[in-house]
Design a protein around this ligand. Structure first.
Ligand SMILES: Nc1ncnc2c1ncn2[C@@H]1O[C@H](COP(=O)(O)OP(=O)(O)OP(=O)(O)O)[C@@H](O)[C@H]1O
Length: 317
C-alpha cells in the first residue's frame, strides 16, 4: 500500500462551552485512496476536517500531513490540501473564473491560466467561466467550489458532503468527477450521509460517532465481515418451534410461527448458499413454504447496526 500522507493521533476537540466533538481520533490516510467518513449528524466529521485544514484548533493530539506536523509547518502542509466545505461560500456576483483564480492566489501560487482552464474544463465549467455565480444552478455552484479547491493543485482533497442536496443525476456526475480525480492521483477524503456514495466511491470506510472512530477498514472487508443475508420463508401452517433438522442454521420464527427467518452469512456468498440448502432441506422434509424472499445487507444496514449498537451499549452502561 502507498505511503501515509495524513496521520492523526489522539485528536481531541472540546469546544468552548464544553461540547466534546472529538474524543481521541486516530486515523491514517494513504496516498491515492478514496476514504469515506460516515457518521450521523454531530458525529464530529466537520470538526475533524476543520482540524486538518486549520479551521479548528484541536485541544489535544497531533496531525502530520505529508510528514510535517501541521502546527509547525503549517503553510507547507496546507498548500497541498484542498477543501470543499459543506456550505457554499463565495461572492455570488463574481464571475466563475475570477473566483477560481482568486483561490489559487490565496495559496500564494503564481497565476497559471492553463491550470485554471484545465480545472474549469474538467468540471464542465469552461463554458460558464464568465457567468456570475448566482446565475448557476446549485449543482454547478458546487462544482465551482470544487474548482476553487483544485485551483492550487492539492494532493489531498477534502469533500465535506459533496452531494448534499443535489439531485441524483448531478450526484452521479459528481461521482464521475471524483473518479477522474482519483485517476489523477489525488487522495480524497469525503464525508457523506449517503451511504450509497461510500459504497460506490470509497476504497476504505471509517465510521465515526460522538467523536470516536468506531471502525476503519476496506469497504469490501467491511461488507465481508459484517454483511448479512436475510431470508424470509412464509409458512402456510404455523410452526411452534424451529424444526430440529434445521437447528444448525441461524433461524428463528416470527409472525406467530408463520414466518421462518434466516439471518446469517458473512457477505461472501455463504448466506445465499445456506438459504439454498435450507430450501432443499425444507422441501425434502415436507416443511411447506409458499414463498421466500432474500436480501443481502447493505453498507447502510451495517452502519445503522454499528451506530445503534454503540448507543445501546452506552445506554446499558
Ligand atoms: N463552533 C462550535 N462551537 C460549539 N460546538 C460546536 C461547534 N461546531 C460544532 N460543534 C458541536 O460539535 C459536535 C460535532 O459537530 P460536527 O459539525 O463536527 O459534526 P458533523 O459530524 O460534521 O455533523 P453533520 O453531519 O451534521 O455536519 C456537535 O455536537 C456540534 O454541535
Amino acid at each position: 500500500m502507498n505511503e501515509p500522507i495524513l496521520e492523526i493521533r489522539g485528536l481531541e476537540k472540546t469546544y468552548k462551552g464544553g461540547v466534546q466533538a472529538l474524543g481521541g481520533v486516530d486515523l491514517t490516510i494513504r496516498r491515492g485512496e478514496i476514504f469515506a467518513l460516515l457518521g450521523p449528524n454531530g458525529a464530529g466529521k466537520t470538526t475533524l476536517i476543520g482540524a486538518v485544514c486549520g479551521l479548528v484548533n484541536p485541544t489535544g493530539g497531533t496531525i502530520h500531513a505529508f510528514g510535517e506536523d501541521i502546527r509547525q509547518n503549517w503553510k507547507r502542509a496546507r498548500r497541498k490540501i484542498g477543501l470543499v466545505p459543506q456550505e457554499l461560500s463565495f461572492d455570488m456576483f463574481d464571475k466563475v473564473i475570477r473566483q477560481v483564480r482568486y483561490s489559487r492566489g490565496m495559496f500564494g501560487l503564481p497565476a497559471d491560466e492553463a491550470r485554471i482552464e484545465e480545472v474549469l474544463r474538467s468540471l464542465s465549467l469552461w463554458d460558464k467561466r464568465d457567468a456570475q455565480i448566482r446565475e448557476l444552478s446549485g449543482g454547478m455552484k458546487r462544482r465551482v467550489m470544487i474548482a476553487k479547491a483544485l485551483s492550487h493543485e492539492p494532493e489531498l482533497l477534502f469533500l465535506d458532503e459533496p452531494t448534499a442536496g443535489v439531485d441524483v443525476e448531478l450526484r452521479r456526475d459528481m461521482w464521475r468527477q471524483i473518479d477522474i480525480l482519483r485517476g489523477q492521483g489525488v487522495t480524497i477524503i469525503l464525508t457523506t450521509h449517503y451511504i450509497e456514495e461510500a459504497e460506490e466511491m470509497a476504497d476504505r470506510v471509517g465510521v465515526i460517532n460522538k467523536g470516536k472512530i468506531l471502525l476503519v477498514d476496506d469497504k469490501n472487508a467491511i461488507m465481508a465481515k459484517l454483511g448479512r443475508t436475510e431470508a424470509h420463508f412464509t409458512l402456510p401452517r404455523p410452526l411452534d418451534a424451529v424444526p430440529p433438522v434445521l437447528a444448525s442454521y441461524p433461524l428463528h420464527l416470527e409472525g406467530e410461527g408463520t414466518r421462518l427467518v434466516y439471518r446469517g452469512g458473512d457477505g461472501t456468498g455463504k448466506g445465499k448458499r445456506e438459504v439454498a440448502e435450507l430450501a432443499q432441506i425444507m422441501a425434502r422434509e415436507g416443511i411447506v413454504f409458499t414463498e421466500f424472499d432474500t436480501r443481502d445487507s447493505t453498507l447502510e444496514d451495517i452502519f445503522v447496526d454499528l451506530v445503534e449498537d454503540r448507543q445501546g451499549e452506552e445506554a446499558a452502561a
